[in-house]
Design a protein around this ligand. Structure first.
Ligand SMILES: [Zn+2]
Length: 403
């Protein structure tokens, strides 16, 4: 089973047939699921959901999320609290302290939703995800018999807070220190309930992120933001070029990652999609100096699996899906965010977006580091190896040495 603040994180972590996936309900009911998984929440979840608003109010974050960090963080990577480029998020601000919702104004259901949002955007969310994970271990007696149990936990607050204030913000540092303490409590519970050496935890992330471009610029690093206006001007240029040559622009939509054409209109016009994509690519690239590379659908679809792929195409190809990927795909230059006005984001093949931690803890793992390249795709083969199970041939990744 899986637990997260975010629906997509809980669902994605569970694979195709989890027993249950739980996530935080922004409407205010507590942790919820979908009828896809079960008709009724298990008793331990219903019991946990009872009175969560009162527990939030009574907690150390019940009045506000205030910084737990020392005033001076000189010599650390953590930046000042108030920075250009941070997005307002909780309490419509981007500096500590973040006040909890005002309780003087009914109605109750609106207040519940406001409190649910406060939890979602504050360290309470990760704390409660781990607390409920502990309840799951106890109530479902996970790890207590000869069968292997899998519990997927996603601490999503780092993503929610990090998008607003950036990876080196005080908010993220404060959150990570709090999460570290909560993880320690959870591991102690596993030792007590499952037994030391009888559980194995893996910690990783689904993406890295770019530091705030304004902060990078201040350090003399090439970085910046491409506004939605600049993006749409370049898209318009590409559409005009296609229309001038083929009589129609075949345009359906575009976003920060690419342009899509109508397969139907291309077919009806009897035009080769490849030619249209190539025309659009050339016009777009000429109008978008902030783009490092522009790819066509065909360039990625036609890569020969038997031959080594050029590095930039190989990385793009990992995110390519023939049915869904755009006809023309953009890759911004290193340090540049497209259509992200404040805060920060991810989604490029640049190292800062791809580099994530990968930590194994517990079981028979021997403490130490390994500087060699590894990937989150290696997690499942490694776990299967630890369990002495055969590796299915179609699995990505490889077992990593843990001793
Ligand atoms: Zn994200």
């Amino acid at each position: 089973m899986t637990i997260s603040t975010k629906d997509r994180a809980a669902i994605g972590l569970g694979g195709q047939h989890p027993d249950l996936a739980l996530w935080w309900d922004l409407a205010g009911s507590g942790f919820m699921t979908s009828t896809w998984f079960t008709g009724e929440l298990p008793a331990f979840v219903r019991a946990w959901n009872e009175g969560w608003v009162e527990r939030a109010r009574a907690s150390d974050l019940g009045a506000s999320w205030a910084s737990s960090l020392p005033e001076s963080l000189d010599g650390t990577l953590t930046a000042a609290d108030d920075r250009v480029g941070e997005a307002n998020f909780l309490d419509k601000r981007h500096t500590f302290p973040y006040d909890a919702p005002d309780l003087s104004k009914p109605p109750e259901d609106k207040q519940r939703a406001q409190w649910a949002s406060f939890v979602y955007h504050s360290p309470l969310s990760d704390r409660w995800v781990l607390e409920l994970a502990g309840r799951a271990v106890e109530s479902l007696a996970l790890g207590s018999d000869e069968h292997v149990d899998y519990l997927g936990v996603s601490c999503s607050a780092c993503d929610i807070v990090g998008h607003a204030t950036g990876p080196y913000s005080r908010e993220v540092t404060d959150l990570l220190l709090r999460d570290d303490r909560e993880l320690g409590k959870f591991f102690a519970l596993l030792d007590e309930r499952v037994g030391a050496g009888r559980w194995l935890a893996v910690l990783s992330a689904d993406h890295g992120v770019l530091e705030l471009p304004e902060a990078l610029l201040a350090q003399g690093v090439d970085a910046g933001r491409v506004s939605s206006k600049e993006l749409s001007a370049a898209v318009k240029g590409a559409r005009a070029a296609v229309k001038a040559r083929f009589g129609d622009d075949f345009f359906v939509d575009s976003d920060a990652s690419g342009i899509r054409f109508s397969a139907e209109r291309l077919r009806a016009a009897g035009v080769a999609p490849k030619d249209v994509r190539a025309e659009a690519k050339a016009a777009f690239a000429a109008a978008a100096p902030w783009c490092e590379r522009v790819f066509t659908w065909d360039e990625l679809a036609e890569l020969d699996p038997a031959k080594p792929w050029p590095e930039d195409l190989r990385l793009q190809r990992h995110s390519f899906e023939a049915e869904r990927s755009a006809d023309v795909l953009f890759q911004p230059r290193r340090g540049w965010l497209v259509s992200v006005g404040v805060g920060t984001s991810h989604g490029t093949p640049h190292p800062y977006d791809r580099r994530v931690p990968l930590v194994f803890l517990g079981g028979r793992v021997v403490a130490g580091g390994d500087p060699r390249a590894a990937s989150p795709a290696d997690v499942v083969p490694t776990l299967l190896g630890e369990l002495g199970l055969a590796l299915p041939a179609e699995l990505d990744g490889r077992p990593l040495p843990l001793r």
